[in-house]
Design a protein around this ligand. Structure first.
Ligand code: SF4
Ligand code: FES
Length: 252
């Protein structure tokens, strides 16, 4: 039986020369169960140890292995190569869009984590909040309001799905806004008004066009675009923020 082989065309980046123009092609033997991460690890271990990749859990939990495949952001460990329809052409692999690159396929998440940290990503209970205190019981309805937002693995795939022009113009990205939603919607958090005010500042919920591609990119089904719509609705209901972008479009 003829051995099936998979071609991969990988964008390389060398931090010493700042050269991202180099593309190298590889081939690996493939099988139905092979993941893209398996293929990258086999290249690193058996063909080219200079190829930089990042992974940890190999099970879709740690969020470390995101790459662009044929232009779409995916977790390499959750992507079966048999699902990639390339019509016999090599699969194009590049580092995650909208993130600085450390080397080859390793994106720099420091800016993402700094942005997430700036949103004070912990529950801030106070006496006045309905569910103040970490031991508060939550009703099923209050838990349901959070949706899947608690499952975020900070993988940055939704940020990578945003058109680059929006990020260049200062849009903070869906991942940070999902984190703000998760806390603002939590009945135990007493700073929901501060959070809504923060997401209404420049680069926030009105400086983007929430898009289904963000939802498609999310490996844990959070629907980041929907969470931004919910933040917009909550802001309007609470008379917070400017809706600058929408108003300027209406006025045009
Ligand atoms: S919302 Fe989804 S895609 Fe975005 S960082 Fe969280 S888990 Fe990743
Ligand atoms: S290696 Fe952890 S999510 Fe892929």
């Amino acid at each position: 039986m003829t051995e099936q082989r998979l071609g991969l065309r990988i964008i390389r980046y060398d931090p010493e020369t700042y050269d991202s123009s180099e593309t190298r092609e590889y081939e690996v033997p493939t099988r139905d169960s092979l993941t893209l991460l398996d293929a990258l690890v086999s290249i690193h271990e058996e063909q080219d140890s200079s190829l930089a990749i990042r992974y940890s859990c190999r099970g879709g939990f740690c969020g470390a292995c995101g790459v662009q495949v044929n232009g779409l952001p995916v977790l390499a460990c959750r992507t079966r190569v048999s699902s990639l329809d390339c019509n016999g052409s090599p699969v194009e692999i590049a580092p995650l869009q909208n993130h600085p690159v450390i080397r080859d396929l390793v994106a720099d998440f420091d800016p993402t984590f700094l942005t997430l940290g700036a949103g004070e990503p912990w529950i801030q209970s106070d006496e006045g909040s309905p569910g103040s205190g970490m031991d508060s019981d939550m009703t099923q309805e209050e838990v349901d309001r959070l949706g899947r937002s608690q499952a975020c693995i900070s993988c940055g795939l939704c940020d990578a799905a945003v058109p680059h022009a929006h990020v260049s113009a200062g849009f903070v990205g869906p991942a940070a806004l999902v984190r703000e939603f998760r806390l603002a919607a939590d009945v135990r958090d007493g700073s929901d008004r501060d959070r809504l005010e923060r997401v209404n500042t420049s680069g926030g919920i009105w400086d983007c066009d929430p898009d289904n591609s963000w939802d498609d990119a999310c490996p844990v089904g959070i629907d980041p675009a929907n969470k931004i719509e919910l933040l917009r609705e909550a802001s309007i209901a609470n008379k917070i923020g400017g809706r600058k972008r929408v108003e300027s479009e209406t006025a045009a």
